[in-house]
Write a protein that binds this ligand. Sequence first.
Ligand SMILES: NC(=O)c1ccc[n+]([C@@H]2O[C@H](COP(=O)([O-])OP(=O)(O)OC[C@H]3O[C@@H](n4cnc5c(N)ncnc54)[C@H](O)[C@@H]3O)[C@@H](O)[C@H]2O)c1
Length: 483
Amino acid sequence: MEKIKMTTPIVEMDGDEMTRILWKLIRENLIEPYVDLKTEYYDLSIQSRDETDDQIVKDAANAIKKYGVGVKCATITANKARQVEYNLKNIFPSPNGTLRAMLDGTVFRAPIIVKGIEPYIPTWKKPITIARHAYGDIYKAVDYKVEEAGKAEIVFTNESGEEAMRKTVFDYKGPGVLMGMHNVNASIESFARSCFNYALDTKQDLWFCAKDTISKIYDGEFKAVFEEIFEKEYKEKFEEANITYFYTLIDDAIARVVKSEGGFVWACKNYDGDVMSDMIATAFGSLAMMTSVLVSPYGYYEYEAAHGTVQRHYQNYLKGEKTSTNPVATIFAWTGALRKRGEMDSNNELMAFADRLENATIKTIESGKMTKDLALITKMERPEMLYSEEFIQAIKNTLDGKIETVEEDPLETKIINEFLDAKLYKEKIDILNKYKDKLTDKLITSFAVSLDVVVDEGSLDKRFESLQSCVEQMAKFETTGLR
Ligand SMILES: NC(=O)c1ccc[n+]([C@@H]2O[C@H](COP(=O)([O-])OP(=O)(O)OC[C@H]3O[C@@H](n4cnc5c(N)ncnc54)[C@H](O)[C@@H]3O)[C@@H](O)[C@H]2O)c1
């Protein structure tokens, strides 16, 4: 099969820990066999950022400005503990913060919807994308703990040193708290344009909400900026695309969101977006199924997974253990970037490949094969828990048209359910012994993944013994009184 050609590179930003391991697996198994991949590679691992005094992040941002599209692996945001762990010279700021500052964008987060991983809200049928304004308000506020009676004032002095405004905030009769926050029109305008562009790109309605009935000037300005830009620059484009923009109060928006079937972009002010994006991610099922794209008002796009580097799994990986880390959001970061590259270069084949890979990923999960995080929340009767490598291989099989049809086997379902429902390891040992003759390789793998253990390779008997010995070890440390 001839590989799909690319004309312009994608800016590829490698990252840290478990997601770095997944990155290589995804690239080698799901992309390189099909696409003659052209990337400009930047290593944003914590070691590389430290060695280059963070210059590598700035170089990557400039490359995105040059080529228009980037894809990023999750990276560690350094702190004191990480400085010690990785022996770093410095604690550099979050790479995402640096990229956002240089590309001036808005982050859009959308869940990946799969049958069997149902949202907690049953009416939600399509994804809800949160667009969070990422500048100012309480995140850049000045606050003060008032200890005594006194007057708080707000003063604005213009550049010529004249006092243009002075207002009393409050006459304190005793202790209290005080805060002053700000925003700037340039940032609100770029937020609005990013939202309108994203809605057009994805052909979804745009909702924007604030609380201008109470915050008449502050939130009123957000509302006015959105309205003015929409009327002047986007109204006709929205009509052509058959999508709508509407503004509503945040309380009304929340009521409508809960009752909706999804399928729109929900633009929120900074704090509202902070709170609502966690609500949306949780209500849709899993952080590992959340995509994230930074859209700059200048037409640059940077795709990534919403989750972090999955440090806990990496610690297991370093001990030589296999992990069942979910690669879906990282796969979708790649497909997002490939599709956008295809769109910019009028490369239909590349766009179609991105669709195929996404469909293959979803189909694989819907066929019952998934990583542990999904198996624990799925409504499917008989999920097959796989390690990351096997799950990626299963996606590749689906992509290659080698779909295994899974015969419904009631006994297998019964054994899995009994094993997962058993609260004590001692009970699990009994179940293993009871069904010893009925166990298959697939069942042994599912049990091992569910327990976070790795069984020896080899014959079925050898694998059974290895699993049995792991569960026996666990049973030794089981203290029933503590449960
Ligand atoms: N976009 C980014 O680059 C980004 C975002 C968040 C955190 N981080 C960094 O990641 C590191 C780890 O942070 P964290 O542990 O708070 O967040 P995390 O998202 O890596 O993991 C939090 C928990 O969520 C679950 N989880 C997340 N992704 C998963 C996946 N793909 N498969 C299975 N389970 C998954 C795991 O239970 C994990 O323990 C930190 O150093 C942080 O700075 C980076």
